[in-house]
Design a protein around this ligand. Structure first.
Ligand SMILES: [Zn+2]
Length: 344
């Protein structure tokens, strides 16, 4: 039995992604095979494909960190799930034994692996997964919505709620509201009851951010966004900043913090090394914290909110598996609002 897969045999631009046939995986004991119906494209996919993430791979490599579909086969063991059941697959396989896993911080596990990076991912018709990765997908959630939700909402939840401590009545600045994580963060901040300041590069993106619940809209191409945040807050600044851009945006974001405020950093594509003035950190008791992915508990929490319709994934576009290269170009263009999906 064969299956279609979109993979690459060497690092390079989007053109290295080719659609070919390979052997369909068979489940071992304690494993299942999932028929993939939708897979989300993440920026990490582009980095892994280009070879810039410095992660050793075995070629050909199959990308795809977050996906949803149906159980196609179960190996050996008894499972609460059966063939044909709708599932989403948690993006990481934790070791379940290290100090982080046993204390519920499995997002920090260094032993386990990610689909699409350490393990073959979802850019394929079928993927082999451990039974423990299968999460039941409620009938009211489409495969597409499931594939667009896990990482964007999970990451946003971990940044704002877990690391930022965001709560009702707080003010929060969300950078790049048009990105997958930005549009997700606006909704999570709305659930938390915060007043939301959102930045984006165009009026169109800002209007979409407003529709998702942003209260104050700032076009960062039209002047100094930090100055605008201070004007809008009467000079006080905001309680929490979600910063995932890096470079100058990071440095300027520090100016947006209220006394005792917290900036959570979760990405740095625009510049990874920045100057840092330490003085405001003690004089104004500021906090800088990092954030990595989301715990399995948090992933289940956000997927529960998606099932209840309280978090609504934003899908920019979908492509067939054979057009993975084109889909990568669209994601790289950043002229998007929300997630780009492949439908194997
Ligand atoms: Zn672990």
């Amino acid at each position: 039995m064969t299956m279609k897969v979109s993979w690459f045999h060497r690092f390079g631009g989007p053109e290295v992604l080719v659609c070919e046939e390979t052997r369909k995986p068979a489940p071992g004991v304690g494993e299942a095979v999932v028929r993939v119906r939708a897979v989300g494209i993440n920026h990490v996919d582009l980095d892994v494909r280009a070879g810039t993430s410095r992660i050793p791979l075995t070629f050909p490599h199959i990308l795809g960190r977050e996906f949803a579909g149906e159980v196609a086969a179960i190996g050996g063991e008894a499972s609460p799930l059966k063939e044909g059941d709708r599932v989403w697959v948690s993006c990481r396989v934790p070791c379940a034994a290290c100090e982080f896993c046993v204390s519920g911080r499995d997002n920090l596990c260094e032993q386990g692996g990610y689909f699409g990076m350490d393990l073959p991912g979802g850019y394929a018709e079928f993927v082999k997964v451990p039974l423990s990765s299968l999460q039941r997908l409620p009938s009211q959630v489409s495969f597409q919505d499931a594939a667009a939700s896990q990482i964007a909402f999970g990451t946003a939840w971990h940044v704002l709620i877990n690391r930022g401590g965001l709560r009702a009545g707080n003010t929060v600045l969300i950078q790049a509201a048009g990105s997958g994580i930005g549009s997700a963060a606006i909704q999570v901040a709305g659930l938390a009851g915060a007043t939301i300041f959102a930045t984006a590069s165009s009026e169109q993106k800002l209007q979409r951010a407003k529709a998702l619940g942003a209260h104050h809209l700032i076009n960062y191409t039209e002047g100094n966004f930090a100055q605008r945040v201070l004007e809008l807050t009467g000079g006080k600044g905001v309680d929490v900043v979600m910063e995932h851009i890096g470079g100058n945006v990071f440095t300027r974001s520090l100016e947006c913090l209220k006394t005792d405020g917290v900036i959570v950093t979760v990405g740095a594509h625009a510049g990874e090394v920045v100057p840092l003035d330490i003085i405001p950190f003690f004089r104004r008791q500021l906090r800088l914290v990092g954030s990595k992915n989301a715990t399995l508990t948090e992933l289940r929490t956000v997927m529960g909110f998606v099932a209840e319709g309280r978090l609504k994934p934003v899908v920019h576009a979908t492509f067939p598996l054979a057009d993975a290269a084109q889909a990568h170009r669209v994601v790289a263009s950043r002229e998007i609002f929300g997630k780009v999906l492949l439908l194997p």
